[in-house]
Design a protein around this ligand. Sequence first.
Ligand SMILES: [Zn+2]
Length: 149
Amino acid sequence: MSPLTVQGPIPPTAANATWPNVLHTRVADVIAQMKPPPWSRRIIADERQLVTLIASPPGGGNRPHWHSDFDEWWVVLAGTLQWELTGGTTVRANKDDIVWVPRGTVHHIKNVGTDLSLRLAVAMPPAMHYFHPCAQCGFDDDGPRQWTA
Ligand SMILES: [Zn+2]
């Protein structure tokens, strides 16, 4: 990791050859390395942000959880995803949509479409996960054990 502050301007010497922290990420290149789903790949990581590309097959999704100290948001890059949130709110989002969830709210994310879903998740380190059954459907477990943003 780079120091929290630096003296600039400087060329981007902190960039990596592979993820995380590549100057230019082509999502298609990540997909080619990672298939088949489900998978997640950390794309950007520093002291203040954790950005993860997450692929779920139809019917797949995350382990429902909440965060105590940061709001989380996502950009849907492919497919149709549904967020089930504490209190009964449901958000259904498609490619190019942005979803934001405040700290303290359980989010249960499911691929409710018929194709692969891709979402870019933006969180903050250390991104502690407090796993909790889905407030709406009671679902309690699914998907990969790490980086299930
Ligand atoms: Zn989360």
